[in-house]
Design a protein around this ligand. Structure first.
Ligand code: ROI
Length: 161
């Protein structure tokens, strides 16, 4: 079993409902338990001209291998109507493996830790709700340092999921 953190995002077709459906789908994966879900956060898209996003982070315990989990996440994205029209386009559902235990994964289909997680407030603040204040990333950086360098500004924490 490994502890895995999944970043979730949606900015189309009732984003909050997309995330709720995704959490249910994660809980159905073989060998997998959802052990925590952060609050939902809304923020403007990093790219102008797109609807606002809802983002959250889920913590899993899973015995799936990294690429098995990646396949499962892409199947959930596709089930929820994800269309891959343009790389950074708006989407009904985005599921990213942020962290997979302490592993460093560098494969063509999968890089872990997620390459931009340390820059994204909509990833770091929800992650901090699930991981302890002393949490270290695989490269030894404390999560608290990443948070200190990444302003909360622009994030809106929703009171209910
Ligand atoms: N912006 C926000 N706020 N949340 C996201 O999940 C997100 N995902 C993206 C881009 C378009 C970069 N912007 C985002 O892929």
């Amino acid at each position: 079993m490994e502890r895995i953190y999944i970043g979730m995002g949606s900015n189309l077709a009732a984003p909050d409902q997309q995330l709720r459906s995704a959490i249910e789908a994660l809980a159905q994966l073989p060998g997998t338990t959802v052990v925590g879900v952060s609050a939902f956060y809304q923020s403007d898209s990093l790219l102008p001209g797109q609807p606002r996003y809802t983002n959250a982070v889920a913590a899993l315990n899973s015995s799936l291998a990294p690429l098995e989990l990646l396949d499962a996440l892409q199947a959930i994205e596709n089930d929820q109507g994800r269309e891959r029209l343009e790389r950074w386009g708006p989407r009904t559902l985005d599921l990213d493996i942020l962290l997979f235990g302490d592993r460093l994964i560098d494969e063509p289909r999968l890089k872990v830790p997620h390459y931009q997680m340390h820059l994204r407030a909509f990833v770091l603040y929800p992650l901090a709700e699930l991981a302890s204040a002393h949490f270290l990333l695989p490269d030894g950086q404390p999560l608290s340092h990443l948070l200190a360098a990444c302003p909360f500004e622009g994030l809106e924490r929703m009171s209910q999921n």
